[in-house]
Design a binder for this molecule. Structure first.
Ligand SMILES: Cc1cc2nc3c(=O)[nH]c(=O)nc-3n(C[C@H](O)[C@H](O)[C@H](O)COP(=O)(O)O)c2cc1C
Length: 219
């Protein structure tokens, strides 16, 4: 995967100096071609049986932002108004369908493709029917886990492109997918993040983390 469009290739800086940035340079737009590159890099994230159960609704037009505002609540309204783009991460509840799953597995050797199709045949009935669920996870949990992973990767990719972001998950989900003309039987809003060029006048808040030993158990 070409990384020549990374303007920040310093892994430690990208990961360890990341902060949730809430104020962005006004009027700055990330070109769609670059947003698509960022999507392509973000989706290098792993997912269960390479299901890639996600879809990105990128809202960056004035009309889109106005529509999105109806679904934003509390202080997060200001977040999405001031950013270059707000990216709503949608869980794809139909990721196991041929028109999605086979698009990946047609690129695999037959043996590997057969193996993953067997996994699919064993797992999906459990995700769809709690009475068959040996794993006790279900589709909602599967989507939450996989979409959180791709979101984090996207945020770090954004930093590698010289941008910053803030993840958030408080918003009105009901009606959002339909309002943007997408299939609400298929897509489920999971979380969102805002992205843009950090306002250089705003010094990011230094945030504290608990000591490693407090949050770790060796066994
Ligand atoms: C799942 C999730 C939900 C969050 N929700 C919000 C939110 O609604 N509004 C907000 O301003 N920040 C939100 N944040 C950002 C956190 O407040 C932030 O990551 C945390 O305070 C640590 O700060 P840092 O990211 O700058 O280190 C959220 C982060 C995550 C991962």
């Amino acid at each position: 995967m070409a990384n020549k469009n990374f303007i920040n290739n310093d892994f430690a800086d990208v990961v360890l100096n990341r902060h949730s940035v809430k104020k962005f340079e006004k009027g700055f737009k990330i070109p769609h071609s670059e947003l698509l590159q960022m999507v392509q890099q973000a989706v290098r994230a792993p997912s269960a049986i390479n299901s890639q159960p996600w879809h990105f609704l990128i809202v960056d037009s004035d009309a889109g932002k106005e529509k999105l505002d109806e679904f934003m609540v509390g202080p997060d309204k200001a977040l999405s108004k001031g950013a270059s783009a707000t990216i709503i991460v949608l869980g794809d509840t139909k990721w196991y369908r041929k028109d999605h799953f086979d698009k990946t597995y047609e690129h695999y050797p037959k043996e590997a493709s057969d193996f993953f199709h067997k996994m699919l045949d064993w797992w999906v009935p459990q995700l769809l029917d709690s009475s068959k669920d040996e794993l006790g996870s279900g589709m909602d949990e599967m989507l939450a886990v996989n979409n959180a992973i791709v979101t984090m990767q996207f945020v770090l990719i954004a930093r590698a492109h010289g941008y910053d972001a803030n993840i958030a998950d408080d918003f009105k989900r009901e009606g959002l997918v339909k309002a943007f003309g997408l299939d609400d039987d298929r897509y489920k809003p999971m979380l969102f993040f805002v992205v843009g060029k950090a306002d250089p006048k705003e010094i990011p808040e230094k945030t504290y983390r608990l000591p490693a030993a407090d949050v770790t158990t060796f066994a």
